[in-house]
Design a protein around this ligand. Structure first.
Ligand code: GUN
Ligand code: FE
Length: 449
């Protein structure tokens, strides 16, 4: 039995990133956690250590759990497969046939169970999930998140446009799609003991949906106040599709349908214009930046620095399985790397002066901020930071794990966070907590002081 930290305190070294571009080290601190799993106080051990406090093993460091802002839960079985096709071919040839299999609840239960356990073991404490068009399997994903303790935001995918969605895998009508979405929202909100799973309105992307469905979901978003997610301006094809259908960008069209709210997350958004960014920012909506997936499907690099400087909320997403890695460490790395290619440019035939876009790269500290606090802000949830009033969602990193790839040669973990972020894999995650409950890893039972 794993020890819950609810109503307890944890002593150790903590590191988080409240400010973009900065890392804050809380060495030898005590975090007290309430019975509700939220942080009550954060302070130096020198100010007092309550009785019954648990002590982190020597050499470990605690980070906020990762917030993965874009996961296609049903696509986990094809992680790393078939990425040589363009997006619109990949969807029809591989992805829709796989997603259609989730009509089978036994298949869904096995695949979703494996995914949620793996993400928790990998340090993803919150995930914003696209499920499938199926009502039952979507509800099942929410139940699995709750049973395994993950903070899951789960959406039934809407795709009712017969021009772009195959007959074997689509909503029958716009009305049915909206009614099913409403039913899933009600069901998730009513799950017994639900303190962490939230429903999400999820039009797949504009090409998949009729205007009636988009308008119906926009009205539902205003009515129920829940989160909204969709893909936006992901690739040349997807961006061009909206321009052709509406004579305006998908950002503008989504806004027109009432789908841009403070709780909206737009995946990719690679081709946002300056005006689109203003629209997203003014709505208080956010972007799920999926740097790895973008290398396969987007045809360009998302101008992350520009979005951040404009004040757009941005978090990071793996985009399983458009991105072939479930790891948010990997998402941090590819975010840095893609931004560096944007800055320097990529074509050695082009003179240095005109090859790239100066001033567009970001560093690992910024990527870490986006993967934790940034995701929390985009979702408008108190997660991603060690601060009173925030959920205690965290991971304990063991940099000395023998089978891992981090080698600190005697340096203190808190001084080497960048090295840890570049080198860490699941092997280095000793424990994962969500809302104070340990949901993965080895137990700290013996370290009661
Ligand atoms: N656009 C519409 N559906 C999808 C999807 O499943 N993955 C990605 N990357 N883009 C999409
Ligand atoms: Fe996606």
């Amino acid at each position: 039995m794993k020890v819950s930290l609810r109503g307890r305190a944890l002593l150790g070294d903590f590191v988080h990133a409240p400010v973009r571009g900065e890392i804050e080290v809380l060495a030898d601190h005590v975090i007290r956690i309430g019975d509700d799993g939220m942080i009550v106080s954060v302070g130096p051990a020198a100010d007092g250590v309550p009785e019954g406090t648990l002590e982190l093993p020597q050499g470990q460091v605690v980070l906020p759990g990762f917030v993965d802002l874009h996961v296609h839960a049903p696509q986990y079985p094809q992680l790393g497969l078939a990425l040589d096709e363009p997006l619109e071919v990949w969807l029809g040839k591989y992805t829709f046939p796989l997603e259609a299999r989730y009509a089978d609840l036994d298949f869904a239960r096995a695949a979703y169970g494996t995914l949620v356990s793996d993400l928790l073991a990998g340090g993803t404490t919150t995930a914003l999930y696209f499920a499938t068009v199926h009502r039952e399997a979507t509800q099942l994903l929410a139940e699995i998140c709750l049973a395994k303790g993950q903070r899951g935001l789960v959406g039934k995918v809407v795709m009712d446009n017969p021009d772009t969605s195959p007959g074997y895998y689509r909503d029958e009508t716009a009305e049915a799609a909206v009614a099913d979405t409403r039913a899933v929202i009600d069901r998730i909100r009513a799950l017994p003991g639900n303190d962490r799973v939230l429903p999400v309105i999820t039009p797949r992307f504009i090409p998949s949906c009729t205007d009636d469905a988009l308008a119906g979901l926009g009205a539902l978003a205003q009515e129920c106040g829940c989160h909204v997610q969709t893909h936006c301006s992901e690739s040349d094809w997807a961006h061009g599709y909206a321009l052709e259908r509406y004579g305006q960008t998908d950002t503008a069209a989504l806004d027109g349908f009432g789908l841009l709210t403070r709780k909206t997350v737009l995946a990719h958004s690679v081709f946002l214009t300056d005006a689109d960014m203003d629209t997203v920012r003014d709505a208080g909506a956010g972007v799920a930046h999926c740097a790895l997936s973008n290398m396969y499907f987007a045809n360009a690099v998302f101008p992350l620095r520009r979005a951040l400087e404009k004040g757009v909320h941005v978090g990071l997403g793996t985009d399983i399985s458009g991105g072939p890695s479930a790891s948010m460490f990997e998402a941090c790395r590819t975010t840095v790397q893609a931004s560096r290619l944007l800055e320097t440019g990529t074509d050695s035939d082009v003179p240095r002066e005109t090859r790239g876009h100066p001033g567009t790269s970001i560093d690992m500290k910024t990527a870490f901020h986006l993967a934790t606090a940034g995701g929390g802000e985009a979702l408008e949830l108190p997660i991603g930071l060690f601060r009173a009033g925030f959920h205690f969602d965290a991971i304990a990193i063991d940099p000395s794990a023998e089978l891992g790839a981090i080698r600190l040669f005697g340096a203190q973990a808190v001084e080497r966070i960048e090295q840890i972020l570049y080198g860490a894999s699941r092997t280095n995650i000793a424990a994962t907590w969500v809302g104070g409950d340990q949901v993965s890893g080895t137990t700290l039972n013996s370290l009661l002081i």
